[in-house]
Design a protein around this ligand. Structure first.
Ligand SMILES: O=C(O)[C@H](O)COP(=O)(O)O
Length: 246
């Protein structure tokens, strides 16, 4: 028996549109992002990829995207589970900074190390900094797990316990699962599913608002590569993500 997993990065956010590093800053969707979420839900409905349960991060851009997309797919009534472990990677001291300015200030190599390397995090964000999330009620129970910066390796380490402990049980129960999350938390999951190397993962970019479907076997391994429900649009949008800051 195979299980169906649908991945959906949030629609365009206000800081995606401004080309700012976002991370754990809790920005909303733009009108374009809301339209992307509607289209994502329509694609799920038209293709018959209908979620039975949805897992989201604790960030409004993913929560809103899930709500809008599920409404468009007539699946607004399904159970929802949320976790910080699906949050975007914490971008540390880069949160709030312009990507183009960061590239110009630090150069190509440092920019790519911070943005797309596997194990080099940006500098940590001070707890009293403007864009810190320390002290927010949604993170009260994190304690020492509250990040001040993350690299992709860190995201994988905090994501996988939720994958194994919460998402996989839903898949094994025969539910079609929608994961509505973020560019880098989904890069972490795709790296795990597709066994992408620590070097090759730098080349993976995930577009906003475009559902990607995996069929998984009993070992929770993909039976084929993940497929976007609109592959042409996804390829163009992923290229745009790669070129942010340039
Ligand atoms: O957190 C952010 O800035 C974006 O959602 C992801 O940014 P990235 O594609 O530059 O990692």
């Amino acid at each position: 028996m195979t299980s169906t997993l649908i991945l959906l990065r949030h629609g365009e956010s206000e800081w995606n549109a401004k080309n700012l590093f976002t991370g754990w800053v809790d920005v909303d969707l733009t009108e374009k992002g809301r339209r992307e979420a509607v289209r994502g839900g329509e694609l799920m409905r038209e293709s018959g990829a209908l979620p039975d349960v949805v897992h989201t991060s604790l960030q409004r851009r993913a929560i809103s995207t899930a709500c809008i997309a599920l409404d468009a797919a007539d699946r607004h009534w399904i159970p929802v589970r949320r976790s910080w472990r699906l949050n975007e990677r914490h971008y540390g001291a880069l949160q709030g900074k312009d990507k183009k300015q960061t590239l110009e200030e630090f150069g190509e190599e440092q920019f790519m190390l911070w943005r797309r390397s596997f194990d080099v995090p940006p500098p940590p964000l001070d707890d009293d900094a403007e864009h810190s999330q320390v002290g927010l009620p949604q993170y009260d129970d994190l304690g020492d797990e509250m990040p001040r910066t993350e690299c992709l390796k860190d995201v994988i380490a905090r994501f996988l316990p939720y994958w194994e402990g919460s998402i996989v049980p839903d898949l094994r129960a025969g539910h079609t699962v929608l994961v509505a999350a973020h560019g880098n938390s989904l890069r972490a999951l795709v790296k795990h599913l597709d066994r992408i190397s620590d070097e090759d993962i730098a080349g993976l970019n995930i577009p906003t608002g475009m559902p990607m479907v995996y069929e998984l076997d009993d070992d929770m391994r993909p039976t084929a590569a993940g497929r976007y429900l609109d592959p042409e649009a996804a390829a163009a949008a992923a290229a745009a993500v790669a070129n942010q800051g340039r």
